[in-house]
Design a protein. Structure first.
Length: 402
């Protein structure tokens, strides 16, 4: 193995790859433009849609309460709800989104409340439909307030203190700073996209430098050069690694710029900006996420290079590499599920460990013992994958499979 020879192979492969349109698209175009599309046009626009839905006046139907003018008058006086005439097919109208919710009351609701009885109230809604949910929430709030007033009136009629019906008061308070809350929200998003793009940015260069050489008939010429096969495979590996890291760096940079633009758009939605959510990631977090991605990029580069070398054609290599996307996506998705927390056992599982520790880093939490364990284990897996790639490059039956 000769460092100068490795540099020559690397420079040659880098020059050829930069001339290839498909490599440039996977390395540059995809990470730069995919982040804004996925983050702004999906996430932020969804937030704006939710904000608009919260401001809409839902159409609500009152079923029953024919002999209860007090509750009917109170419901019709609601400023943020539009009452529509009653109909027997109210359930179907909710499903068809003609109305957002319906409230079912007994005909003598007022009399039951006046007698001190328990009056049943049922709110019908379309579960999972956002506008219907907001309509039902407004009705829930109205009846909670109505219930509290009825309790106060009953206590006053019996000359009892109001706090008799409220022995305890429970209050929730968020003690985490806004950047921590934002980090939890973004912690699963940032590493997920960066890891996926680090893999996809590696696929085409890995195939082009191995099975592509076979299809073009240039593999024999390269093997006849006075450079050892170890130097050849290391030079090619460095080119694939460059593609992976370049894609990861561009993805992180694009994500940062996208989040800055997204923060301005979210700030225009009062219902969301009032929560104090900050869409930004610190430079320190970006640096450590990149550090944790490096051994994973080495693993991807070496593994894809070995798999592509084993294939006989470009099409066969694609059939081998496509399932790897699912293999990478699955642990990345698991890392963002509720209740999945970083521990010593999960720190040894490839991809999942990097995704989990990156999520913690983005949220501002640095478990240095886990960071060291994950970095070390990832380097070990990467070294094993690189060793396999080097060994496969020594075998004639792999290089010249027919």
């Amino acid at each position: 193995m000769n460092g100068r020879n490795i540099a020559v192979v690397y420079r040659k492969e880098l020059t050829d790859s930069l001339r290839d349109r498909r490599t440039l698209i996977s390395m540059i175009v995809v990470p730069i433009f995919l982040m804004p599309v996925l983050t702004i046009f999906v996430g932020v626009l969804s937030a704006r849609v939710i904000g608009k839905a919260m401001l809409q006046v839902p159409s609500v139907m009152i079923v029953g309460a024919e002999n209860s003018p007090r509750i009917l008058s109170a419901l019709r006086a609601l400023p943020d709800v539009r009452i529509v005439p009653p109909s027997s097919d109210y359930a179907q109208q909710i499903v068809d989104k003609k109305i957002r919710a319906a409230v079912e009351l007994p005909s003598d609701f007022d009399a039951m409340v006046a007698r001190g009885e328990t009056a049943p109230v049922r709110i019908d809604m379309y579960e999972g439909e956002i506008n219907s949910g907001f309509g039902a929430d407004k009705l829930q709030k109205f009846f909670r307030d109505f219930r509290d007033r009825a309790i106060r009136e009953r206590l006053e009629a019996r000359h009892l203190p109001e706090n008799l019906a409220q022995p305890i008061v429970v209050e929730e308070k968020n003690v985490a700073p806004p950047e921590k809350v934002s980090g939890v929200v973004l912690g699963g998003l940032v590493p997920y996209f960066v890891i996926i793009l680090a893999l996809t940015g590696t696929m085409h260069p890995a195939m082009d430098l191995t099975v592509g050489e076979k299809e073009r008939g240039t593999i024999e010429t390269i093997l006849c050069s006075p450079i050892s096969r170890t130097s050849l495979v290391l030079g090619k590996f460095l080119m694939v690694l460059t593609a992976s890291l370049s894609t990861a760096v561009l993805a992180i940079a694009s994500m940062g710029l996208t989040l800055a633009a997204a923060g301005k758009m979210v700030g225009e939605v009062p219902q969301i900006s009032s929560a104090g959510l900050q869409l930004n990631v610190s430079f320190r977090a970006v640096f450590w996420v990149f550090v944790m991605i490096v051994p994973l990029a080495v693993l991807f580069s070496a593994a894809l290079l070995a798999i592509s070398l084993f294939a006989k054609s470009f099409k066969e290599a694609q059939s081998y590499l496509s399932p790897l996307t699912v293999v990478v996506i699955a642990p990345a998705i698991v890392s963002v599920l509720p209740g999945v927390e970083l521990n010593a056992g999960l720190s040894l599982i490839p991809i999942l460990n990097t995704s989990l520790v990156s999520k913690e880093i983005v949220s501002g939490t640095y478990h240095w013992n886990y960071i060291a364990l994950i970095f070390g284990s990832s380097c070990l897996y990467a070294a094993a994958a690189l060793w396999v790639a080097i060994r496969l490059f020594q075998r004639e039956d792999v290089l010249f499979r027919i």
